[in-house]
Design a protein around this ligand. Structure first.
Ligand code: CMC
Length: 389
């Protein structure tokens, strides 16, 4: 029979989900019904993680138990550390992150037990808890610095920053930067059926363990059209180099037949301003007050101003997305551009896990197995090798 042809799922719902709501025309994003702006202002990352995973905001006691659970699963097996040591010094940290998450599947054979609710909870806790450790280890490895072990008495974000930055003496996390990164983590925690989440669901639908499924998500997020965009934005701003060069750059984007893109602009779902980008602009001001302004900010602001007035971008409804300003903040905070996609993967792990849990417990879900429109040769007979021309 006739089947739907919908490359890249532009018009196909692949699942039912009760986690995240997006209205792309109005620029609305809600986690479990709560507007992203309210969560960014009033909540914190682990509370949002609880909300996404369990569907409701935690009570004081529930949050305490959850936080305690996460902070006590932050260590990785020493052999995981040795595994990471096997990479060359110039390995991209996102590549190290993905492979190491995949390796966890071998470290936790109990994770195969995906029909057991308690086991799923343990694996999800481990994933959320260990992601910052693996991320920081990846970075330290590429810098040739000794690994810093987790400190369980610190907040999720402060612990991560300490593992990243501690070099001798006592590293003290700046409270404004801690808060800023926490907000950025909230903004990145979930975004319904994006490329990486769809990958996690697709791989997970084979009933493989969640480490293998989440590793697929990291792989998808590594790409420059997805989580790699924040890194690409920074490189683009550096290439432009000066405000006076912007018009020339814009001209190239418009004439380039898709070859050159304005990175950090456009979105499959948002056809108006990305609500996350609005919050990020405010966070940027707070961070720059502490770190000093990122000199690339002027180029970014002018680029946005020109693009939002340019007919090409207006006609296509291309607005800044979450990645347009996040890289500027990360750079001001002292992160290398290679770490930007990693900084996206840490909080998105929560969304991947919430969506994986939802998929595994959904009776209507089966193994993902799309169909195709066959365009190859019709039936023909095998020709002996010596008779081929
Ligand atoms: N710069 C210039 N032109 C663009 C851009 C851009 N950033 N994005 C889309 N267009 C054009 C595109 O060439 C096409 O033009 P035409 O109709 O003349 O062929 C039109 O706009 C529609 O774009 P599309 O490629 O059909 O849209 P899509 O939904 O397939 O792609 C996207 C969405 C996010 C991949 C794309 O906008 C893009 O590549 N943006 C740059 C990369 C980026 O910032 N990614 C981050 C996405 S948000 C968070 C995340 O996932 O990490």
């Amino acid at each position: 029979g006739l089947m739907g042809y919908d490359p890249a799922f532009l018009n196909t719902a692949n699942c039912k989900s009760a986690i995240t709501f997006i209205d792309g025309d109005k620029g609305i994003l809600e986690y479990r019904g709560y507007p992203i702006e309210q969560l960014a202002e009033k909540s914190n990352f682990l509370e949002v993680a609880y909300l996404l995973l369990k569907g409701e905001l935690p009570t004081e006691k529930e949050l305490e138990v959850f936080t305690n659970l996460v902070t006590h699963h932050t260590y990785v097996h020493e052999n995981v550390k040795s595994f990471m040591d096997g990479f060359r010094y110039d390995a991209h940290p996102m590549s190290m992150l993905g492979s190491t998450v995949a390796a966890l599947s071998g470290f936790y054979p109990d994770a195969k037990n995906i029909r057991d609710e308690r086991s799923r909870e343990i694996q999800i806790t481990r994933l959320i808890a260990k992601m910052p450790t693996i991320a920081a280890f990846s970075y330290r490895h590429t810098m040739g610095l000794p690994y810093v072990y987790p400190s369980n008495e610190l907040s999720y974000v402060a612990n991560f920053l300490t593992m990243m930055k501690h070099i001798g003496g006592a590293y003290k996390v700046h409270p404004v930067l801690e808060k800023a990164l926490d907000v950025l983590f909230i903004l990145h925690a979930d975004h319904e059926q994006n490329c990486s989440t769809t990958s996690v669901r697709t791989v997970g639908s084979s009933q493989v363990d969640p480490y293998s499924a989440v590793a697929a998500g990291v792989g998808a997020l590594y790409g420059p059209l997805h989580g790699g965009a924040n890194e690409a934005v920074l490189r683009m701003l550096r290439d432009i180099g000066h405000v006076s060069k912007i018009p020339e750059f814009i001209k190239q984007v418009k004439g380039g037949e898709g070859e050159k893109k304005l990175m950090g602009f456009g979105h499959r779902v948002y056809k108006s301003y990305d609500p996350r980008a609005k919050v990020i602009k405010r966070v940027a001001d707070e961070v720059f007050e502490v770190t000093g302004k990122n000199p690339l900010l002027d180029i970014a602001l002018e680029l946005e101003r020109i693009a939002l007035e340019d007919e090409y971008f207006v006609k296509r409804k291309l607005y800044p997305n979450v990645d347009f300003y996040s890289g500027l903040i990360y750079e001001a905070m002292g992160f290398q551009a290679e770490m930007f996609p990693v900084l996206f993967a840490i909080p998105r792990t929560v969304g991947w896990c919430a969506q994986w849990e939802e998929m595994v417990t959904d009776n209507e879900q089966k193994i993902a197995r799309p169909r195709q429109v066959y365009t190859g040769a019709t039936r023909r007979d095998y020709v002996a090798r010596e008779k081929r021309t």
